[in-house]
Design a protein around this ligand. Sequence first.
Ligand SMILES: NC(=O)c1ccc[n+]([C@@H]2O[C@H](COP(=O)([O-])OP(=O)(O)OC[C@H]3O[C@@H](n4cnc5c(N)ncnc54)[C@H](OP(=O)(O)O)[C@@H]3O)[C@@H](O)[C@H]2O)c1
Length: 285
Amino acid sequence: MASRPLSASLSVVDVYADRWALVTGASSGIGAEFARLLAGRGMHLVLAARREAPMKELAAELFTRHGTRTEIVSADLVQPPEIARLAEEIDRKGIEIELLVNNAGFGVVADVPNTSRESVLDMISVNIAALTDLTYRFLPPMIERKHGGIINVASVAAFQPVAYMGAYAASKAYVLHFSEALWAETRDHGVTVIALCPGVTNTSFFDVAGAPGWLKKTTASEPEQVVRSALRALEKKRNYVVPGWKNYILSLLVRLAPRRTCALESRKYFRPRPQKKDKQRIEAG
Ligand SMILES: NC(=O)c1ccc[n+]([C@@H]2O[C@H](COP(=O)([O-])OP(=O)(O)OC[C@H]3O[C@@H](n4cnc5c(N)ncnc54)[C@H](OP(=O)(O)O)[C@@H]3O)[C@@H](O)[C@H]2O)c1
């Protein structure tokens, strides 16, 4: 299933059709939308996440619409052996990955005493370790072939500390810095590595993170806008992209404002509301 040969002067950003993309976290949200838009550009897909059923549904949809060939790998990316199995399956099928979309990830929102330490460690495994592992597995062959691309999904939270989701924001700062370093290192080798830094997007992210209903309190982008913006930026071989002009301006402002101010201001986003019994205790003095 190796891709047809590509001239060394071309890269993934020039030609998508009949090549393979690996999209992690493809069972919902931004990842599923990546699958849709890449299939629309003629790519074949390896979809990876834990939930198999939504990926099967998506694969059927994409086959009907575009005749897309899809391989589904159900894998828990917290577990390093599962990441190895995903890579081995791809290798065994003779698939050459032209575009890797490291999208799988989740957040944990809570004040420190109510934060599950295990969840935070799992989050670091998916957001940082799995993304890094897959990058070091699939980037060297791209460099050798002199074509290919990687989209690493970071966040606007990558630009500043965020109270009550400190580890999540820090994990995305890692993704941004890691990706930009690789962008610089590999751009002369026909490869583009880009960090995608979405603002609030209409997916199940905040429900999973432990802030259900939060999305309703704010304006959110649709996954399609985010993915279109990512693919445009990849085509321009940018080092990072912040979809949406308001999000972009915010990402610039936090660089100008004092760090202390940014950290303190961030408390307003996810500060937990006092529970009823806490309120009664406060009122009673
Ligand atoms: N939505 C936002 O506002 C927003 C903003 C900035 C950045 N992001 C980033 O965008 C990316 C996609 O999130 P989303 O907004 O699309 O949320 P989502 O709809 O909840 O999607 C998260 C995806 O990650 C997968 N995933 C989570 N844990 C996994 C694990 N242990 N192993 C394998 N796959 C796992 C999920 O699949 P399974 O549950 O099936 O495993 C799901 O497909 C994340 O990296 C997130 O940090 C989101």
